[in-house]
Each structure stands twice: as structure tokens, then as C-alpha cells.
Design a protein around this ligand. Sequence first.
Ligand SMILES: *Cc1c(COP(=O)(O)O)cnc(C)c1O
Length: 299
Amino acid sequence: MTNSSGTIDVKAATIEEIPAFSNAAITASILRLDRLHPVVSGNKWFKLKYYLEEAKEKGFSTIASFGGAYSNHLVALAHACREADIHSVGFVRGEDGDSHSLAAARAAGMELFFVDRDAYKHKEQIQLQYAHKNWYWVDEGGYGYGGAEGAAIMLTMYHCSTFTHILCACGTGTTMAGLIRSSLPHQQIIGVSVLKNHTGLEENIRALLDDSSTQDNWRVYHDFHFGGYAKHPQALLDFMNDCWRETGIPTDIVYTGKLLYATKQLIQQNAFPSGSNILLIHSGGLQGNLSLPANKLEF
Ligand SMILES: *Cc1c(COP(=O)(O)O)cnc(C)c1O
């Protein structure tokens, strides 16, 4: 895939060991999807792939979706649409039009509409209001079967069959559903929810698995959200800086910082049996750090 700020080369993402996380009993590695693109989140390319293909196939000239002012999803959609020569429209929650994310989405050609928080809760109303436009709609965060199908490509593309445990950060759970669908019987898929009290997450994930799926090789941890979605107390920033110094891996405040923190805790608590070969998915999201004051992060 290409875009005007460079080519997305799937080979740019590689799997590397994290010696600082490994110990005598287990080996930890990370899939660096953050290397795919400086702005666009790694997992989002996979999640959007089939939505874009379907929109093209069915002859839609515009794709519309929803997101908050810091949405990695809208930025990725804007880039992917520009690349596919499709017009993109983003409905943004709230009145705040000033974030780096929205500037990036706009720069990639996305047309933005701002809706107040109450109206945003009723997305089907918004869709009705614009029904005459004949737009192809993608759910908030790219949630959906097509998104999971796209995420399912990752494990084969990067030859992940030797890993016993695969960990990812969960927003909507779409990426995790894809990983579960493409996992092998000897693999466990472990999600770290970045939202507080996201009680419907498991159900949302299950809804994206095959009807016939009886797969139970997965679980979600709910206690590593650091206060809630996008909350980033000093303790998280300290961890991210320590992690950077120890491993050279940059993380983001919304997703991957929390994923790496959770993984380190779980390793310390001996949550993985001896001999485990663990893979973390670095899903990108680094552009989200631009919302921080300079000098908070060392990278
Ligand atoms: C969107 C996003 C996620 C969450 O993906 P879901 O499929 O919604 O669970 C994880 N990490 C990063 C960096 C993201 O931008």
C-alpha cells in the first residue's frame, strides 16, 4: 500500500526479541507494526483492508465513519481512502476540532463533521440523516467482521506459528477477534483492555468469531487501563520512559504503553508457564503522543 508520505511496506514490520522482558523461563518478542507508518496505526491498515475493498467493489465513492478527536482510526481511514482514491468523511464526537489527529486526517483529505456528544450517541440517526448520500459506512473504531478478517491476516503474514502466547491491546476488540480467528490450537490470545469497565468487550469479540467457533483459547485483562481510555497518569509515562531506555521500544499513551506494562506485570507474576514463547503486537498509535506537552516523553 502506498500514500503520499511514503510507501507502506509490510516488510518494514519485523519481529524482534525483547531481552529485557525475557527470563530463564520465557522468551518475549514484539511485532513492530508501528514501523509501517509514522502516523497511521499499524493494526488499522489490516482492519480497514476489507472495508475498502468492499466499498470499491460495490462502487461507492465515499466512505464515512466515526471517531473521537484523538482517533487513530479516523487518521488511518483518511490515509487509506486517499490512497484508494475514495473520498472520506469523519463524524467527530464533541466540538474540539484542534487535535493533531484531526489535523492529520484533514491533511489526508478527510471531510470532518462535528457532532455534539448527545447526537453522537445516536449514530443510526446520523446515518439516516445522510442516507441520501449513498456513503459506505464503517463503524466507530473499525469494529466489525471485515475488520477482524483483515486483522486475521497478520499472524500468517509474519509467520507467528511458533509463539505460544500472543498479546494485544484492545479498544473495540476487532484486532483481537482477528487474532483469535487465525490462531492455532497451541496458541493463547491475550487482550489488554484500555477502557475502564468495558464489560461488553468479550461479547463484542465473540460476535466477530465464526458462528461455529468454540474457541476458548483467549482471555482479556481489564485491570491495566490506568484510569480509563486515554488516561495517562505519571506512573504510565514513567513506565513508558523506563521501557524506552530498557528496550528502545517507543510506546503510545492510549494502547501500547498499557500493553507493555501489563505484559511486564504478568511476566513478573509468573502468569506464563515455563517455556512460553510470547509475542506482543505493537499496534502503533504513536501519533497519539503528540497530544502530550513536549518533554513528557524521552522519545
Ligand atoms: C485502534 C488501536 C487499537 C485497538 O484496536 P481494536 O481492534 O479496536 O481493539 C490498538 N492499538 C492501537 C495503536 C490502535 O490505534
